[in-house]
Design a protein around this ligand. Structure first.
Ligand SMILES: [Zn+2]
Ligand SMILES: [Zn+2]
Length: 246
């Protein structure tokens, strides 16, 4: 019951020349879903699949570094060669309201479905559940379970987010690691060392750091995480990385 998650973007806050902003392609049993669509993820998505094969989109919160490329997909579906059908777009109600305010044409291309911490969504026969994160807009982290295969993604959060609700015992933990130990604390975000301590507390098999600040030294983030949780498997996400879960 394994599944695959491909990193479409892992740069925090904004995309860089080399890395797109946040987004992940989830492939389960022949189906395709995308979680977050930050700047640059659309092009990376096209290098993985035909966008017409996408079965749904899930947005964790309304910040542009997680949503801006939804407009590429919208235009492709609206003006391109797609059948007259809608695919689900799950997001917090606040995010849905902002999308509709920006262009209410989205209601023609997507079935807009609000989620909250009580929701359960299906990616094929996998189960997706949510927890409220600590971040200025309404933000949900998520857990994907397909049999014994489990993955959690924090989206953006500070240490007070309900992270244990999604991450406890997962095979792969995609955790935001925006900051580093020497940075000023940034409310609503984690340091790489916070991510490692949380991962160790949750008993995850494998921590993958994502959403690093663009100008930061990535190797230092990795080093700080490894130092904070010796013995834990820690890696840096990078665009195109394929995570086999389970
Ligand atoms: Zn972000
Ligand atoms: Zn954010």
């Amino acid at each position: 019951m394994s599944f695959t998650v491909t990193v479409l973007g892992c740069s925090g806050v904004y995309q860089t020349r080399d890395l797109a902003a946040s987004g992940f392609l989830v492939e389960i049993g022949g189906g395709h879903w995308v979680v977050d669509m930050g700047g640059g993820t659309w092009r990376n998505l096209l290098s993985q699949i035909d966008y017409r094969d996408l079965d749904g989109v899930l947005l964790s919160h309304r910040h542009p570094d997680h949503t801006i490329d939804i407009w590429q997909l919208f235009h492709a579906r609206h003006y391109g060669d797609v059948p007259e059908s809608k695919i689900p777009l799950w997001a917090p109600q606040e995010t849905i309201d902002r999308l509709v305010a920006f262009d209410d044409g989205v209601t023609g291309s997507f079935a807009l479905m609000p989620v909250d911490e009580t929701s359960e969504v299906k990616f094929g026969d996998a189960r997706v559940t949510f927890a409220r994160m600590q971040h200025p807009p309404v933000t949900f982290g998520l857990r994907i379970e397909h049999g014994d295969a489990t993955l959690a993604y924090t989206a953006d959060t500070g240490p007070e987010g309900d992270i244990e609700a999604i991450a406890t015992g997962v095979n792969v933990f995609l955790c935001e690691a925006t900051a580093q130990d020497a940075d000023e604390p940034w409310w609503g975000h984690l340091c790489a060392s916070d991510a490692a301590r949380i991962a160790a507390r949750c008993g995850v098999d494998r921590l993958v750091l994502t959403h690093l600040r663009p100008e930061s030294d990535r190797e230092l983030s990795l080093e700080e995480a490894r130092r904070a949780a010796p013995g834990l498997s820690v890696e840096l996400a990078t665009d195109g990385m394929k995570l086999e879960v389970g």
